[in-house]
Design a protein around this ligand. Structure first.
Ligand code: UD1
Ligand code: CA
Length: 444
């Protein structure tokens, strides 16, 4: 694809969220909205991406730390048109058109953004120059909250009217502006300078450039968005819940399509960035966080939580009320009931008894637990990290294994604090009285 740049607006507070944190930092399935929006732009090929920050600018910058973005600060929030105008200097580095989108639209896919740019570039027979602007539109049964698309009775686009400024008749228009634009920068910035804050909110509306460009005789294209769900904007906690549900469902479907059995899709929460092998079964009420890797033929849940950094090798089984954090479980290892495994390296064919806990945190730092192949823990074992259980070793029920008291391969420890199990010497065979064996025989 030919080059294009982008502006992502993320300076607003988001008053309708009723929150102390900036709206774009609210998370959808574990990722801040601004990061999801940024990733869609990056994956569509936008370079550079200019991000406008303002309200709690530092924390918004943090959410994009490590990404090659250009930050522009909007000290006073005078509206979306003002925010884009501040990017004029940074946008000189853009080759090709400039995509503008908002940081509160977390569901958009790179394919939709690519389609927008492609529609903007498309040659039209007879056109003198290319389009000055191209925007997506979408029809919503409930258009509340969105700018409405104004057209001539015969169809051509006239402009966008914000909800706050719309007449009752305009409010009934179902075609709305989801907020995805592609501009020719040479047309955009002069038009932005002509916007006036003459509206109910007293803001410089980006949406006014559409009318300004059309009045100047420029070509503006409006193309329907492929998927209305993708362009959903988040203004309230209800919208946030709806966006979370849409993304959750998308992830579940992706795993179902890849050959994973999910017994109750409605009661399963899987963040993006999880891989699950074929023929693995996920039982209801399971939470799987970003970055987890699960092999083939595994079982997870019900009521399990796999946190970031967890790897389950093929055939591993995690049962009810088990939490695993930053741990690797080898093939066919089982932890079926009431367990916490944190910072643990567990080998293959290990059996983790009910109620086993790795005490990985000493109040200051986290420590590792190593459980080698074929080991098993008795019910209610506490392994105080750092500690190692050797190959085939065992703990008795209720054992508390102190830190650094590694258990040698094949050994068994019991008690509190755990100490080696000394087996009684092999029973000395007594001479038989001659009567007892007869009795035994009689009972048999
Ligand atoms: C905007 C559009 C509306 C569209 C809707 C789609 C305008 C005037 N209206 O309205 O037509 O239907 O999005 O979701 O553009 N922001 C800044 N600086 C500002 C103001 C806002 O960076 O001065 C950022 C916000 O952080 C936010 C985004 O711009 O991420 C959109 O702002 P928001 O207030 O949510 O606009 P809407 O009222 O939803
Ligand atoms: Ca919005």
């Amino acid at each position: 694809m030919e080059p294009f740049g982008a502006v992502l607006l993320a300076a607003g507070q988001g008053i309708r969220m009723k929150s102390e944190r900036p709206k774009v930092l609210h998370q959808v399935l574990g990722t801040p909205m601004v990061r999801l929006a940024y990733r869609a732009l990056r994956d569509a090929g936008a370079d550079p991406v200019i991000v406008v920050v303002g309200y709690q600018a530092e924390s918004v910058r943090q959410a994009l730390a490590g990404e090659p973005v250009i930050f522009v600060e909007q000290r006073e929030r005078k509206g979306t048109g003002h925010a884009v105008l501040l990017c004029e200097k940074a946008a000189r580095r853009v080759r090709g058109p400039l995509v503008v989108m908002y940081g509160d639209t977390p569901l958009v896919s790179p394919a939709t953004l690519e389609a927008l740019v492609a529609a903007h570039r498309r040659e039209r027979p007879g056109a003198v120059a290319g389009a000055a602007a191209t925007l997506l539109t979408v029809r919503l049964a409930d258009p509340t909250g969105y700018g409405r698309i104004i057209r001539d009775p015969r169809g051509p686009l006239r402009g966008i009217v914000e909800e706050a400024d719309a007449t009752p008749e305009q409010r009934r228009i179902e075609e709305v502006n989801p907020g995805f634009y592609c501009f020719d920068p040479a047309a955009l910035f002069p038009a932005l300078r002509r916007i006036k804050p003459e509206n109910r909110k007293g803001e410089y509306y980006l949406t006014d450039v559409i009318r300004i460009l059309l009045l100047g005789g420029a070509e503006v294209r409006a193309i329907p968005a492929r998927d209305p769900e993708e362009v959903l904007g988040v203004n309230s906690r209800r919208d946030l819940a709806a966006a979370t549900e849409a993304l959750r469902r998308r992830e579940i479907d992706r795993h179902l399509d890849a050959g994973v059995t999910i017994l109750d899709p409605a009661a399963t929460y899987i963040e993006p960035g999880v891989t699950i092998g074929t023929d693995t079964v996920i039982f209801p009420f399971t939470v799987i966080r970003s970055g987890v890797r699960i092999g083939r033929h595994c079982e997870v849940g019900p009521f399990a939580q796999l946190r970031s950094g967890t790897v389950l090798e093929d055939g591993a089984e995690i049962g009810n009320f088990v939490e695993v954090k930053r741990s690797r479980l080898g093939p066919h290892t089982k932890a079926k009931h009431l367990t916490y495994l944190g910072d643990a390296e567990v080998g293959g064919r290990v059996n983790i008894g009910a109620g086993t806990i790795t005490a990985n945190y000493d109040g200051t730092s986290k420590h590792a637990t190593v459980i080698e192949d074929g080991a098993s823990t008795g019910s209610g074992t506490v392994l105080i990290a750092p500690v190692r259980m050797g190959r085939g070793s065992r703990t008795g029920a209720g054992a508390i294994v102190p830190a650094r008291h590694d258990i040698p391969a094949g050994a068994t420890v019991i008690g509190v604090p755990a100490r080696p199990l000394i087996r009684p010497p092999a029973a000395v065979s007594r001479p038989t009285s001659g009567r007892k064996p007869a009795q035994r025989r009689g009972r048999a």
